[in-house]
Each structure stands twice: as structure tokens, then as C-alpha cells.
Design a protein around this ligand. Structure first.
Ligand SMILES: [Zn+2]
Length: 349
């Protein structure tokens, strides 16, 4: 399994340039110039962009997959593995790109399937200098490697993208219900989020330094898809992501097809809250609810067993809402975040 993953990563990172497919372009619709490469109408290209050297002299590469349609249209960008352990997004990008026929594409799909390539190799959320790439945007050209990579990606994406979908999973030992996060105050981004068609949309601008927030600040509608657990490929969460990206591309007029229903208004939430281990408690945690379930205020949502006293206690939900994230069973300490509850339906405002 580990060998297969390493081979997969090697294929993505080492293959310097791969050109797939070509068809007659529309008049006046020309080549795309991106990161020192040219992608002609009707082409799919995969290349690695080398931008920084490590201390031992090897290069830090970022793989880029680009499909240029034969017809004019918008540019949609997909980014994955900005957190190097959040692997589902890699498969969403790979499958979306593999399925795409540039001969019937209007516009351009630019993808960065493994933004934190070193984290993908090592299973780490962080960059080699232990910094979080998703707090480093827009980056700087004259600083550390993380800032430099952030700067190169941000500059290229800002120049070309008409919309961005950034792909993530839960972090560490937490799983997320497939969901889209978006700034509800931005109508264009909200429209893209609803077209994605996830079961739940959660409002929020995202943290400062995140790619989504910085792209939004630059005037580019950006949404984030969160699904599943880190450090694995999860078929259901991946297929929901592939379907969501396809829905957005149909909505933008880039591909033809029947999109699934957009997310209904009462599945859009404007607030979330983590329910934590009550202060002074701790022990072995088991959830008593499933991702996606609705809870009422006071409902038990977790059980904790004290291994020394054999006492067992329930953790009640302090609010009504829908469960969108949850820790996996584990030993937990006072204050640890157990269950993420979304509340305040947007349509009820
Ligand atoms: Zn993430």
C-alpha cells in the first residue's frame, strides 16, 4: 500500500510534462500561459513546477494538471492537499481531470492536486518547516519556502481563476460530513456553493492567510469542500466531491450534462460550535450520534468512560443543530473538541 502510494506520488511529481488530446479550437481562443508553460486549446497537460531548493539541493515541486477547452469559457481552479495529510482531494482532482475531454470543454480547468507535496509524501499536515501552508497566503517571494510556494500558487491562481474550489478533509482524528464552506455574504460564491450540491453548507469567511479567504479578498469566488478523515482515500466522500465539481462546471457552462439538485436553503447554516469535553472530565470517548444527524438542545451526543473510576457520563448538546464533524473514538482530555454542530439555518434569517 505504502509502495503504491509512493509510486503514485512519484508519477505525479516526476513526470515532467504530459500532453493528452487535441481538437480544433474556436477562432480567437488561444493558448494559456501558466507557470512558464503553454497549454493549447484542446490539450491536457501535466507538469511539475520547480520553485525552491531544499537544504540538500533537491527541488520542491508542485504538480499542476491543466485542461484547456476548445471553446472559450471561464477558468475553474481546484486545489488539494494544501494540508498534506488531507488526501481525499487528490483523488477528486485526479478523477475529475481524467474524465474531462478538452474537445467538449468550454473554458479551462487548472488543478493543483498536491500543493503540499512533501506533506503528501510524509502524511503531514504541515510544510517541511512545520508551517501551515493554508495560513501563509498570499505569501512572499523573498521569504521562507512556505511563503514562496504560497506566493507562486496564489499569484498564478489569482491571475487565471474565475472561481476556486479548495479541497480538504477533517484534521487529525476528526471526520467531517461532506460539506461546503463559503462566505454567505458573497452572492457569487454562495451561488457556486449551492450548485456544488453538498448535503450541508456552512457559512464563514475562513481564517486569515487561507487560500480561500485571500482569493475572495482578491474578488475571486472561492469555496472549500470538506469531507471525511485525513490520511486515507474514502470512496463516498471522493465521489461526492467529484459530483460537486462536475455540478459547478455544468453551472458555469464549461461542460454539458444534468447537474444534481443544489443545496436547499434550510441546509445552509450560518454558525457552528464545537462541543467539548466538560472541564474537569476526560476518559475514553465514544460518539452516540452519526455525522449528519440532527440534534436537539440537551440530547446526548457523546459518552465518556473514566478508566479509573469506571464512571460513565453523557455529554449533552448545548444547542440544536446538525452534526457536521466528529472526533473518532479515542482517549480525550478536558476541553477536547468532540462534536461539531452547525446551527442557525440561513433561510431562517
Ligand atoms: Zn485542511
Amino acid at each position: 500500500m505504502r509502495m503504491t502510494l509512493l509510486l503514485l506520488i512519484a508519477c505525479v511529481l516526476i513526470v515532467p510534462s504530459l500532453v493528452l488530446g487535441q481538437a480544433a479550437p474556436s477562432p480567437g481562443w488561444g493558448a494559456l500561459q501558466l507557470l512558464d508553460r503553454e497549454v493549447l486549446p484542446g490539450q491536457k497537460r501535466k507538469f511539475s513546477y520547480q520553485h525552491a531548493q531544499t537544504f540538500e539541493g533537491s527541488f520542491l515541486d508542485t504538480a499542476v494538471f491543466v485542461a484547456r477547452g476548445t471553446k472559450p469559457g471561464p477558468t475553474l481552479c481546484l486545489t488539494a492537499l494544501i494540508h498534506g495529510d488531507e488526501r481525499n482531494g487528490f483523488e477528486i482532482v485526479r478523477e475529475t481531470f481524467f474524465r474531462l475531454d478538452p474537445a467538449s470543454l468550454a473554458g479551462t480547468l487548472i488543478t493543483v492536486p498536491a500543493a503540499n507535496a512533501n506533506g503528501f509524501r510524509t502524511g503531514s499536515r504541515y510544510m517541511p518547516d512545520r508551517r501551515d501552508l493554508n495560513r501563509a497566503f498570499p505569501g512572499r517571494p523573498d521569504s521562507d519556502n512556505t511563503s514562496l510556494i504560497a506566493y507562486i500558487l496564489y499569484t498564478a491562481l489569482r491571475e487565471h481563476c474565475d472561481g476556486l474550489i479548495d479541497l480538504h478533509t477533517g484534521s487529525f482524528d476528526r471526520a467531517n460530513l461532506p460539506q461546503v464552506r463559503v462566505d454567505l455574504a458573497n452572492p457569487r460564491a454562495l451561488e457556486m456553493a449551492r450548485r456544488f450540491g453538498a448535503a450541508v453548507i456552512v457559512g464563514g469567511a475562513g481564517p486569515s492567510g487561507s487560500l480561500r479567504r485571500e482569493m475572495m479578498d482578491a474578488g475571486i469566488p472561492a469555496i472549500l469542500y470538506e469531507a471525511g478523515l485525513p490520511l486515507r482515500f474514502e470512496p463516498m466522500e471522493i465521489q461526492e466531491g467529484v459530483r460537486g465539481v462536475r455540478n459547478v462546471m455544468i453551472g458555469l457552462g464549461m461542460i454539458q450534462g444534468q447537474a444534481s439538485a443544489p443545496t436547499p436553503g434550510d441546509h445552509i447554516f450560518s454558525k457552528t460550535r464545537w462541543v467539548r469535553v466538560p472541564i474537569g472530565n476526560g476518559g475514553v470517548f465514544y460518539p452516540v450520534r452519526k455525522l449528519g444527524e440532527s440534534v436537539r438542545q440537551g440530547d446526548s451526543i457523546a459518552q465518556i468512560f473514566d478508566p479509573f473510576t469506571d464512571e460513565q457520563f453523557d455529554v449533552p448538546s448545548p444547542l440544536a443543530g446538525r452534526i457536521i464533524g466528529m472526533a473518532v473514538p479515542q482517549v480525550v482530555f478536558s476541553g477536547y473538541a468532540l462534536v461539531h454542530v452547525a446551527s442557525a439555518p440561513y433561510s431562517a434569517r
